[in-house]
Design a protein around this ligand. Sequence first.
Ligand code: FAD
Ligand code: NA7
Length: 548
Amino acid sequence: MSNQRTVDAVVIGAGFGGIYAMQKLANEQGLDVVGFDLADGPGGTWYWNRYPGALSDSEGYVYQYFFDKDLYQDTTWKNTYLTQPEILSYLEGVVDRFDLRKHFRFGTGIVSSHYIDADNEWELTTDSGDTIRSTYVVNAVGLLAAVNLPDVPGRDSFEGRLVHTARWPEDLNLAGKRVAVIGTGSTGQQFATAAASQVAELGVHVRTPQYSVPVGLRAMRDGEVEQYHADFEKTRDTVFSSALGFGIDEVERSLWDFTDEERQEIFAKAWEQGGGFRFMFSTFGNLASDEDANLVAGEFIKDRIREIVKDPETARKIMPEGLHARRPLCDNGFYEIFNLPHVEAVNISETPIDEITQSGIRTSDGKHREYDVIVFATGFDAVDGNYRRMDLTGRNGVQINETWGTDPQSYLGVTTAGFPNWFMVLGPKGPFCNLPSAIETQVEFISDLIAHARQADVATIEPSTDAEERWSEVCRDLAKGSVFGKVDSWVFGANIPGKKPSVLFYLGGLSAMKEILAEEVEAGYPNLISQGPRESSDKGLDRALVNQ
Ligand code: FAD
Ligand code: NA7
């Protein structure tokens, strides 16, 4: 790459988002596009998260693209949920099917993106010092991709293997090893459940126990995948016209309209069928909004934990408390592993980790446990993390951190004021749902917007700060009505020391988001394209305000 190269568009990231953005911009629009990913190949999340047990918690029939019927009908899957190797292989197949590999430079990170005001262009620098100029930048840098590796005292002194689940090394064989896992979110639970059958000893370090229900993993039945293929249009329409895109029934009925016995029956059926989102959104319509109803659901799960975990003291150590209001979790036998003699629950809110030593972990009760491997399943600096990790400046050299402060902004989750011709896939204040479906929706919006701007000879796509502020207000108001903001988790940026919690998602649902985007398009992008002095319009926001 030479210093002089100028392209139409740069795509950063080669996960679901970057791959589809490349397909739209390079293949469909015929633009000159270069893609970059730090990873040595495509896949994004599924390139990096190779830890034992890594599994989707969206079902296989919705955790894929819907933009191409032939692709959907040529895709088969073995079980109700998808393992990491299956998803990685699917995404690699998509890249090859659409001949996209030639557009990407893998193993190459973008360290800075600067808007050059005088030229109305972006200048990007790679980690090897190359620069490239581009009219448009599409960031598909992932919302669960900026690794959180907490600075536990002594961390770097450990002489065994210390790994983060999202940077899993291929050569790490856990067989017969003494293994500690720190963290019991979705990842920690998946890892611990899978590792329990491989390792000699497993110390599960639990800080905040979480509610989890069975995932319901089972083999696809004869003819089931073929039926999904045949029902392509129906499934696609169901997914995109739903709030969550998970392919589950989204019920409205209130828990309070049922007797205790009926509630137990409904919860038991969902428990049997499996799926975290199903348990929360297909049982009753008010678990995510009504704290008391939510607590009833929590009690049901606590009863199951008491039944499953034989030793009451162990059950106590992993027992969740309070609202069931993090991203709903599901597992493939997590609670059951605590009945195994070589699996120990270490509650590190009761006995915090004092230090990691050369050979293990010392907790505040003075106990030193020896380990060969320590696994950090400590999650991500979610949503805005990867933007803040770049040297990123917009108009007049203003840094993204300065623009966003502690509350990352966007208009409709895809653009932000002061950053012209610069787009985000799954940026802050985008929809909270099955993410490949959100990605398709956003990439199509971005691609159509770029096509429109080029055709209409519009030099600059950028939201007004006013439109952005009103979008924030929509997101804030929706968050107020949800239990999710009432507990600390990555969903509200409340999992990273020093990060101030903020509203990171639009909780109005995928279908409503789609309608809002469509209105913006139909109205001629009034909040994104200005001819002459910028005036903001309410048009694209009408639907959002109506839906509140
Ligand atoms: P990613 O797949 O995260 O890809 C982003 C890419 O950008 C990465 O490869 C990264 O290397 C690259 N990148 C970032 N910054 C730079 C830079 N500066 N320079 C170069 N490259 C850069 N979602 C669901 O809806 N359902 C699920 O079941 C589900 N399961 C999940 C399980 C796990 C273990 C994890 C971690 C996430 C899961 N998710 C799930 C969320 C998942 O991240 C999304 O579904 C989806 O894969 C996101 O795709 P993406 O392309 O937006 O980002
Ligand atoms: P999560 O859900 O953020 O979980 C991280 C876990 O790590 C959680 O149990 C945390 O405890 C724990 N953690 C984080 N920092 C520390 C420190 N410093 N010490 C001890 N324990 C710590 O991340 P996941 O990867 O599991 O899941 C993220 C999403 O990716 C998930 O929803 C899926 O969509 C895929 P805490 O709860 O903060 O007390």
